[in-house]
Design a protein around this ligand. Structure first.
Ligand SMILES: Nc1ncnc2c1ncn2[C@@H]1O[C@H](COP(=O)(O)OP(=O)(O)O)[C@@H](O)[C@H]1O
Ligand SMILES: O=P(O)(O)OC[C@H]1O[C@](O)(COP(=O)(O)O)[C@@H](O)[C@@H]1O
Length: 311
């Protein structure tokens, strides 16, 4: 069982337009409405590929009801924590060259009581978990040490915790010693407070996070694939794709890594295969086994240290 917590879930609308121009009326060429938020997407990807996943989801209001009903057909064990304020809606605008413009709402404020309930519910639902994924931004009212405190409370259970978040919450959570973190390039740059241009820069930054407390670092680099830095070694991998929408690609990629054991080059290969498959699908559609093409994957046991990591 994989357990995820999405502190700030969303109803995701992805709208496809021929070309985005500020101030213009656009007629959408396609649209999807999907359950959103990083932990939810990780759970969606895992169950699409035959794994068991439970998603803890604070959800209030009519939008919360809509989110839960969108999750009904997904085969996820959804544990809803009812909150007073409504779930947010996030909008992604996708152009034919797969450029994505994201409009993420800040999310509903959670009360101190609601935050405590979310923690208690998560802790009550991890007994059968192999991994716990705590992911996404934190809504208003939730302190930046929320994930760090959860990692500390989960430590006695022995479960491995993955963090995928951004900003101050990311840096703070690293110091609490998660087994794995999954930053994208922007998040990694923000965490180490400098620009990163090459594989060497990524590995140095990852080692800094490991020095601070993270066990492994799985850095995602868009079309450049991903870099895994762990005790056993350092690997780079990428998979080719005809990109359509990158929304949720990082979540699919993390799910692939966990599904394949959460360690080493084979798990990294699966991760980028799932990421590439996700990016080829509309909206935040999570790939199933028929979408994933292992032949597209290239794993480098000896990273090209000076290779550029920007697209
Ligand atoms: N254009 C692309 N071609 C192939 N794979 C891609 C492409 N864009 C993203 N991916 C895959 O999706 C993963 C996550 O993408 P990235 O944009 O780094 O993460 P996030 O969605 O978290 O911002 C990458 O590591 C890669 O495996
Ligand atoms: O919590 P945040 O950082 O606002 O992100 C939430 C958004 O990220 C997603 O989980 C997609 O994640 P990625 O594109 O980073 O993989 C959407 O479903 C959701 O709208």
């Amino acid at each position: 069982m994989f357990v995820t917590l999405t502190a700030n879930p969303s109803v995701d609308r992805t709208v496809e337009v021929a070309r985005l121009t500020r101030g213009d009326l656009h007629r959408a060429t396609g649209a999807t409405l999907q359950p959103g938020g990083k932990g939810i997407n990780v759970a969606r990807a895992l169950v699409r590929n035959g794994h068991k996943a439970r998603a803890v989801v604070p959800a209030g209001g009519a939008e919360g009801d809509q989110l839960i009903s969108l999750l009904e057909d997904c085969d996820i064990d959804v544990v809803r924590v009812r909150t007073e304020k409504p779930v947010r809606s996030n909008i992604s605008i996708v152009e034919p060259d797969a450029t994505v413009t994201k409009l993420n709402e800040i999310g509903p404020r959670l009360s101190a009581q609601e935050i405590e309930t979310v923690c208690d519910v998560l802790l009550a639902n991890v007994a059968d978990a192999r991994w716990v994924v705590v992911a996404g931004s934190l809504p208003p009212g939730v302190g930046e040490d929320f994930y760090a405190a959860l990692i500390e409370r989960l430590a006695p259970t022995g479960v491995r915790v993955v963090v995928d978040t951004s900003g101050p919450a990311f840096r703070t959570s690293v110091k609490a010693g998660p087994a794995l973190v999954k930053p994208n390039l922007d998040e990694l740059e923000e965490a180490v407070d400098r620009r990163l241009d090459t594989v060497r820069d990524i590995v140095d930054a990852a080692q800094e996070l490991r020095f601070l407390g993270a066990g492994k670092v799985l850095a995602s680099l868009g079309s450049k694939g991903a870099v895994l830095v762990e005790d056993a070694g350092i690997w780079c991998a990428n998979a080719s794709a005809e990109p359509r929408s990158s929304v949720g690609a990082g979540d699919a990629m993390l799910a692939g890594f966990l599904a394949a054991g959460g360690s080493g080059p084979q798990a990294l290969a699966t991760a980028v295969a799932w990421g590439a498959a996700a990016v080829s699908l509309p909206g935040s559609t999570m790939p199933g086994p028929q979408d994933v093409e292992a032949r597209r994957v290239r794993v480098e046991p000896h990273p090209g240290w000076d290779e550029k990591v920007r697209e």
